[in-house]
Design a protein around this ligand. Structure first.
Ligand code: ADP
Ligand code: MG
Length: 239
């Protein structure tokens, strides 16, 4: 069943840049869809519209059939992890995660239980009292992921979360995120410009160019029959 529906969505920025043009996509419950494309192809703008950080110029976005196109980010059942995660460096890990739950006025012991469970899930059990700037880049990115997950979003939105990390760590985190995503069965949109990342972790790939989707297929189909120079060139360079 489809959980997220993006229907004919466009975004024209002041000045006339068409960042996203008549984009449509249905995402099934528990599916991980990678939005793949070169820099400037509209991936972040699209993700930000799903998260409510940018308003579409046209089109409709629904989650579970409810029109959320004009809702503010905190009224949506979405959680977003940005490339620059912007953790609160003056707070420890626990407080970074507890913050959103406190706004929801949950009882203290429930907050503690939820934070501990999610730290365990991302492999950071026992790190609650560390300051985030004392952590490695990979650990900080795990905290950013945990900060979204602890609010139990229906849909997880990840914008190039590993872009600033080295190749080895990216590959490890990619597997960790995929594992967590499958355990939670959480519907996920994952933005990347890395063909290898999309091919190795997605249930489906949307290849974007100039704000439009050019191919929507399972990774094995995209691999065997790439319809875009962006992916065909990459596969050619591997062989
Ligand atoms: P991607 O994430 O695929 O690199 P973006 O969604 O960031 O692409 O950008 C798509 C296009 O929209 C680019 O041409 C970019 O310069 C433009 N753009 C993005 N954000 C803004 C903005 N706030 N104002 C004006 N133009 C923007
Ligand atoms: Mg981007």
């Amino acid at each position: 069943m489809s959980v997220l529906n993006i229907s004919d969505v466009s975004k024209v920025f002041a000045g006339g840049t068409v960042a996203v043009e008549r984009f449509s996509l249905d995402v099934a419950d528990g599916e991980l869809v990678c939005l793949l494309g070169p820099s400037g192809s509209g991936k972040s703008t699209l993700l930000r519209m799903v998260g409510g950080f940018e308003q579409p110029s046209a089109g409709v976005i629904t989650i579970d059939g409810e029109d959320i196109t004009r809702l503010s980010p905190n009224k949506r059942p979405t959680g977003m992890v940005f490339q620059s995660h912007a953790l609160w460096t003056h707070m420890n890990v626990f407080k970074n995660l507890a913050f959103g739950l406190k706004l929801r006025k949950l009882p203290v012991d429930e907050i503690r239980d939820k934070v501990e469970a999610v730290l365990e899930l991302v492999g950071l059990a026992g790190y609650g009292d560390r300051l985030t700037h004392q952590l490695s880049g990979g650990q900080q990115q795990r905290v950013a992921l945990a900060r979204s997950l602890v609010l139990e979003p229906k849909i997880l939105l990840l914008d190039e979360p590993f872009a600033s990390l080295d190749q080895h760590l990216r590959e490890r985190l990619r597997e960790e995120v995929r594992d967590i995503q499958q355990r939670l069965k959480i519907t996920t949109l994952f933005v990347t410009h890395g063909q290898d990342e999309a091919l190795s972790m997605a249930d489906r790939i949307v290849v974007m160019r100039d704000g439009r989707s050019e191919q929507v297929d399972r990774p094995d189909v995209v691999y065997r029959n790439p319809q875009t120079p962006f992916v065909a060139g990459f596969i050619g360079s591997m062989n």
